[in-house]
Each structure stands twice: as structure tokens, then as C-alpha cells.
Ligand binder design. Structure first.
Ligand code: ATP
Ligand code: MG
Length: 418
């Protein structure tokens, strides 16, 4: 961990942006997550700057620059390293309602820091003078591993209920203990979470799932009551079930975000669709989660039963096989399965992977005949087409040698006349 007299490793491109603003008379500081993470000894690319310059000025001083969140005073500036950095004019909140804030430009850094959520997020670092400005003692809190609101917690959560979820995320992510008054106010604010927009909640959940190890934050979601308020389906998940979910989520690498999401939401099975719609997940995300949670419910074939292996692939869709096997594997590890169960799963996974690699026919698209052939037999396109092809697939799954054009046409003819 660094200390407040040390230098932080600010990218030269960021310092150069600050220098240009300061040369024009505008005080400019690095703020937020990058300062916090640098003090913790981590490093990240997205350094944010806070400045006395108004957005129009920032846009004039830097070309190209982009109006990232111009209504909130944020301009994106392309640094010499090619990255775009966010430069935000000092602000203060003038009106809040728990969901959005009306902001105006502030004169100095202190006001800007005062509107930030937690002390550890309210430390400013001057990238040219290499000095810190830390009026809320965020550094002490970082050292003591404490998460504490800037100012009076009840007020701060009531201004923006998203801070409840942000607090749970930061505390879990960095192993911070939530200071008692902050925790009490946070728990009291939990019933207001449904007032937040689905989008903001979804983004927070995805940020938790994208962190290296989501379980501490998710556990705090549960402990604070936020989990059940946001996803009531979790009320019926017991302690053992919850530990299993957490263990499985942590076991999946962070870049497989979709698999982590399925693992978290699968217990809400019958309600996944309304739940994900409420949280404004995309149709693609919804489809993926539904597909994989359904696939998880289809029992894997017993070892040696190749036909069952093909049936399994047909049921879940071969394109989902690898992800489904990954989910089974993580779940089993989280269950602490014994060596016998582990080798049994390995054998069954190998069996379906072999079928997949061999390219055995497992979908209608793999059949040697298609819709055109049925048309040629004088059949009119309609639901009957699908039924006929599925019936052919039934046979081919049992015996792939039946997947020849002539044989299948013969079979189709028979099925039509029967
Ligand atoms: P990370 O990017 O790792 O999630 P971060 O601290 O950079 O963490 P951002 O959401 O990028 O978080 O916000 C940058 C900074 O803006 C925060 O550090 C905090 O000071 C302030 N901030 C962001 N959202 C809020 C909020 N809802 N209320 C108060 N301050 C906030
Ligand atoms: Mg950030």
C-alpha cells in the first residue's frame, strides 16, 4: 500500500492533460477509482480528472474531445497515448430525489469531493505537484479497511439509492468493513432500491459479477437484504444453496460474465424472464441465460451411453454444450464433490465432447435431407415439415448410419403415407 507522501503512477498522457488545463489557469486533479486503486497498490487505465474549467473550455483546449456526459460536465479527451480520459468540471448537487441529481458547476475541489459517495472515493491527487487532497480522511479509512460515507450516511443514501449497491460492491471488492453508522443507514435504505431504474441496478450487478471474486460483495447483498429486495426469488434459497451459488460464481473466470450471470440467476428459474426484463437485460442476455439454465436441468448421459449423449446434445443445442459442461464442473467443485463424482462427471463430459468432435448428427440441420427434399416429395411447407424432420432425427440419433439421403427420403415417404 502506498502512502500519502508517495507518488502515484499517473500515466504521462493524463499528466499532460492536467498540465495543459493548469497552464491555462484551471486547477485540475485526478479523482475517484484510479486514485483509490493506486493507493491500494493496484493500477488501472481509466484515470478521471476533475477540473475548474467548464466543459466548453475543455472542449476548446482539446481536439479531438467528446461530449461523454456533457449534461453532467464530463468531456472525453484523447490523450497522447490514444486513450480517452474523462475530464469533469467540479460539481455540486443542487437537487436529488434518490434516483437522479440536478448538478451545477462548483467553484472548487472541496465541493466536488463532498458530493462523492464514500471517503475512499473522495481522495484527490494532483498529478503535477504529486500532492494529495483528502479532506474526508479517505486514506485513513483505506488503511483501516473501512468503508464510510462522506458526510451523514442517511442523507447520502437518500440522495441516491444506488450508493447502497455501490457501497456493497466496494466493501466486498476491497475487503472493507462497512463502518457502523454507514451500515445502519445502508440497511435502512435497502427497501428503496426498487425505486432505482432497472438499468442502473443491472449495471451494478454486472460490475459485481465482473470483479475478480464476486462472492464477498454478493454476500453483503444478501446480508443487507438488498438481494431479496431486488430478486425476491432468492427468499427461498437456503444457506447451503447460497454457498453453492457463491462458490460456483467465484470458480468461473471473470471474463465469462455470462456464465457467472446464469449461475447467479439459475435459482430464480421460473421467474428469470420477468426478472431479467425488469432489470432491462437485453434480449440476447435473456436468451442466453434461459438457454443455459434450461440446459443445466437436462441430465448428462450415463457413461458409455453414446445415444444418450447425442440426445443430450439435441436437447440443449450443441452450441451450448461447452458452456453447460463448464457450469456443471463449477457447480460440482463448489459442492466439494468427491473423487468418484468428479471422475464420473469427467467421463460423461468426455463422452459428449467426443460426440461433438466426431460431428454425429444431433440437430435437424445435420440431416442429409432438408425442407427442399420434402417439397420435392410433394409436401407443402408447414408444421408437418418440422415434425417429419424431427422424426427422421429420432432415427438418426439412434443410429447415425441412417443419415443417408436415399434412406431418409424413403423414411420420409413412409412417414407421409402412414
Ligand atoms: P469503479 O470504476 O471501479 O467502479 P470508481 O470509484 O471509479 O470505481 P465510478 O462509478 O467510475 O467509480 O465513479 C467515479 C467516482 O465518481 C467515484 O469514485 C466517486 O467518487 C464518484 N461517484 C460515482 N458515482 C457516484 C454516486 N452515485 N454518488 C456519489 N459519488 C459517485
Ligand atoms: Mg470508474
Amino acid at each position: 500500500m502506498k502512502n500519502l507522501h508517495g507518488k502515484l503512477d499517473v500515466p504521462e498522457a493524463v499528466a499532460a492533460i492536467a498540465r495543459r488545463l493548469e497552464d491555462h489557469g484551471y486547477e485540475t486533479w485526478a479523482v475517484g477509482g484510479a486514485v483509490r486503486d493506486a493507493l491500494l497498490g493496484g493500477s488501472r487505465g481509466d484515470w478521471d480528472l476533475a477540473t475548474a474549467a467548464k466543459p466548453q473550455t475543455v472542449r476548446q483546449l482539446f481536439r479531438p474531445s467528446y461530449p461523454v456526459g456533457i449534461e453532467f460536465g464530463t468531456v472525453g479527451v484523447r490523450g497522447a497515448d490514444g486513450n480517452v480520459y474523462e475530464v469533469t468540471t467540479f460539481r455540486r448537487d443542487i437537487e436529488t430525489d434518490g434516483r437522479h441529481a440536478v448538478v451545477e458547476y462548483a467553484d472548487d475541489l472541496d465541493e466536488d469531493l463532498a458530493r462523492r459517495d464514500f471517503t475512499v472515493n473522495a481522495i484527490a491527487y494532483h498529478p503535477l505537484r504529486h500532492s494529495f487532497h483528502d479532506p474526508f480522511h479517505g486514506w485513513e479509512d483505506l488503511q483501516r479497511r473501512t468503508l464510510r460515507c462522506v458526510g451523514e450516511p442517511t442523507t447520502r443514501f437518500a440522495e441516491d439509492f444506488l450508493r447502497v449497491l455501490r457501497g456493497l460492491r466496494f466493501a466486498g471488492r476491497y475487503g472493507l468493513e462497512i463502518e457502523p453508522a454507514t451500515w445502519e443507514a445502508l440497511v435502512d435504505a435497502v427497501p428503496n432500491l426498487p425505486r432505482l431504474s432497472g438499468e442502473r441496478i443491472r449495471e451494478e450487478i454486472l460490475k459485481v459479477l465482473a470483479s475478480p471474486e464476486p462472492s464477498p460483495s454478493l454476500d453483503l447483498y444478501r446480508e443487507s437484504g438488498a438481494l431479496v429486495v431486488l430478486i425476491p426469488e432468492f427468499a427461498s434459497v437456503d444457506e447451503a444453496g447460497w454457498r453453492l451459488i457463491l462458490g460456483s460464481v467465484d470458480g468461473i473466470p471473470a471474463y465469462r460474465l455470462r456464465l457467472r450471470l446464469v449461475t447467479l440467476l439459475a435459482p430464480a428459474a421460473p421467474e428469470i424472464e420477468p426478472l431479467m426484463k425488469r432489470l432491462r437485460f437485453s434480449n440476447v442476455e435473456l436468451r442466453d441465460v434461459l438457454t443455459l439454465s434450461m440446459a443445466l436441468g437436462v441430465p448428462l448421459p450415463e457413461s458409455g451411453d453414446v445415444v444418450a449423449g447425442r440426445r443430450w446434445l439435441r436437447a440443449i443445442g450443441p452450441e451450448n454444450a461447452r458452456d453447460t459442461l463448464r457450469l456443471h464442473l463449477r457447480r460440482q467443485r463448489a459442492l466439494g464433490a468427491d473423487a468418484e463424482a468428479r471422475s464420473s462427471l469427467a467421463v460423461r463430459a468426455r463422452l459428449v465432447l467426443d460426440v461433438l468432435r466426431r460431428g454425429d448428427p444431433v440437430t435437424v440441420a445435420d440431416l442429409a435431407i432438408g425442407g427442399d427434399d420434402l417439397k420435392a416429395l410433394g409436401l407443402r411447407p408447414g408444421p408437418e415439415f418440422g415434425r417429419l424432420l424431427e422424426a427422421c432425427l429420432d432415427a438418426v440419433i439412434e443410429d447415425p448410419d441412417l443419415n443417408g439421403r436415399e434412406q431418409l427420403l424413403e423414411r420420409a415417404r413412409k412417414l407421409i403415407t402412414d
